[in-house]
Every structure is written in structure tokens, then in C-alpha cells.
Design a protein around this ligand. Sequence first.
Ligand code: S3P
Length: 431
Amino acid sequence: MIIKKHVGLRGTIRIPGDKSISHRAVMFGSIANGTTEITNFLQGADCLATIDCFRNMGVEIENSPKKILVHGKGLHGLSSPTSILDTKNSGTTTRLISGILLGQNFETTLSGDSSLNTRPMGRIITPLSLMGGKIKSIYNNDCAPLRISPSALHGIHYHSKVASAQVKSAILLAGLYADEVTSVTEPILSRNHTELMLQGFGAKLNSFLHTNTSFPTVSIEPEPKLEGQRIIVPGDISSAAYFIAAGLLVPNSEILIENVGINPTRAGILTVCQNMGGDITFLNKKTVSGEPVADLLVKTSHLHGIVIEGSIIPTLIDEIPIIAILAAFADGTTTIRNAEELKVKETNRIETVCKNLKEMNGDVIPTEDGMIITGKGYLSGAKIDSFLDHRIAMAFSIAGLVADGETEIKDSHCIDISYPTFFETLTSLFL
Ligand code: S3P
């Protein structure tokens, strides 16, 4: 894909459904009783991988453009798949489904693509094994492929070192099948879509601060009666982030982005943009399927560098590639700290962001847990490798809109993972 410098992005856009919420709606619908109807489901490759896994375990899932119907099999009703479960590029599918599979009465093997099969799975293997789960890294390298066997699960209290919604959710889902209450404490509250949605399906969860540490904790009771739900998926703030950045950076722009999920455990990008001087107005705030949603009006703004660290990091971890582009155009220095989790995403995003920013003549220094970017007010067009990481492809496409000359994004098709219609939406804003 070739991107050229542009002036004036204008229009109203709607953002496809949230990836994290779409995955969960299919998973919870599959293990509920009755039918779950999902609208605004994200038709991205990651979420389609989740659908395929559950179809492979006997769940009838109707996927039409307007809605998805998941005909749930109940907590114990999945059937043995005919082949290994292919989780493709999706960490969310792999980690969350593991918790569910441990409660089934058949053995499964989970495997993904070459990126997925190098991502750390020890972070779920450890707590799930403590629960009595039989989950094994087949090559003993703490990565997928994973073999998961029927297990008698015990409720535990787990203190996670990382603020990871995937780890938390895997444990909570295994907790559905345990013999007593299971709880998870994390250092900072990670995205809480599992808690909100599972409660809607009828599970009994309790969120509180741990008495000794005051860290966020959530507990779940086993063997609930889950009932199929109607879920309306909000627009994905992680996808909206590219258009928020485009609206702020491209001169003479005004973009109305409708229907964006603004759950506080996800909305760190909005705080960061406003702290950098970004002009963003929230309109039409409401709650949809238990999740807060708003329309965002974004106008071209003069940005300045800031420090991004601590408890805000889990709320914007997927948005750091696009924040780095904002920083390259802001006055002064932006320092990102405490973001070592970037190293274990679809690519090592400290490396891939810094390498590409340097290709475009940006001033960036990678650090152990983030990066330091000094805004120069310009970038030069360049040949950019997406490294097959959807968020790198989209972040650097936006950089291409404001860089001098022409920018070419290699393997831009990887945007299909989370935003297949990204380029159509982008060109709809061109004057
Ligand atoms: C996700 C959680 C986050 C996020 C990922 C989706 C989820 O990962 O980066 O894109 O849906 O639970 P971690 O749990 O590894 O932080």
C-alpha cells in the first residue's frame, strides 16, 4: 500500500466492533445455554479464528453480515474437535480458550501461526496448572502448540505479576469449572470486558481491592447457569485510535468518529491525546450492552510531548504504536515507560516501532520498557515493513499521511487481523 501526504480529513465514520468484546461474545455464547445474538461483531481474522475453533467443537454459529447467532452448548456441551484448534495470529483466542478447554471432557491441541507460537504461554500455564489444569507446552518452551487434557480444577487465589486481561480471563474461565471460588489479583486493573460480559450471561463475579495489597481483584463462583444474551459490540477504541491520531495530526481536519467504546480500562489513549493538547470532544455518551460508548469529535491540534507511565499503560498498551507517531509530531519529548509488555505482542513493538520511526527519520531511542521520542515536526516517507503486525501497518499508514513524500507499507494486508476495511474508511475522509 502506498500512502501520500494529505491535507484536510473530513467526515463522519463508524468504527468496526471491538476485537476483545467480539471474541468474548462468541466464547461465552458457545458455553451458555440458548442463543446469543451479536451485532457489530468484528469480522477480522482474529475473531473469525475464534468462531472456527468453536464450530470445530460442535457449536452452530450463523455468521451473516447483520448479526451472528451462536447456538450455545452449555458449560459442558462442547464436543471433541476433528482437528487441532488453529488460533492463527490470535493471543486472545489462545489464552482465553485454554481456560474453557480445561473444563471439557476431551483432549485438544491448540496451535497458531509462527508469531503466535513464539508468544509467552507460561503466564497462563502456571496459574492454570496451579488450579490442577493439565496444560502442556508441546515443545516445552512455554509457547504454543499447547496440549490440554480433561482436568479436575480447584479454585485458587492467583496473584498475577502482569496486568493482563488475557491471563485474568483464562483463570476466570477455568474458574467456571472449578470446585470452589477462584480469584485473581493483578497489579493494575486490565481491561474488564470479561467481568462485565460474563456477569451479563449470569456468572457471579465480585470485583474488589485486595485487603493486604489494595490491588484490583476479581473472584468468580463455579458452575453458573449461563444464558444466551443479546450483545451489541461497541466500536473498537484501538481501531478508532488511528483516526483520532489522523484527525489531530493532518492539518485542517475534523472527523466525527461514531460509536466508540470508552471503557476506562481501554481509554488511556484519549487521556494521553488530551494531555498532549489534542482537541477531542465527547458527544452522545451512553451505555450499550454494559459498556460505555461515545461519539468523538476530533480536530487538528498542536501537540506537545508528555510522560506516559504507570497505571495508564495497560489502558493503552495496544495504542502505543500510534502514540509514537503522535509524539514524532509533538513539541518536545515524549517518554513512554513501564511498557515492557510491548515486547510480547504480535511483534516486539519496541523494536518494530523504533525501527520504522528511524526509517522515517524520526528521533527515537528504544529503552528496556518503552521509548523516548523527540518531536521534530516532520517525518520522511519511507518503505515500511509491517512485520505482519496489524497495528504497525495501521500506525505507519497514518504516519504516511503526514510524512513528506510517499510511504509504502509492506504486507499491509495484515490489517485484516483487526480492521479489514481500514483503508476504505481512511480514503472516505479524503477531501
Ligand atoms: C486483550 C488483552 C491485551 C491486549 C490484546 C487483547 C484481550 O493483551 O493487548 O490485544 O482481549 O484480553 P494482554 O492480556 O496480554 O495484556
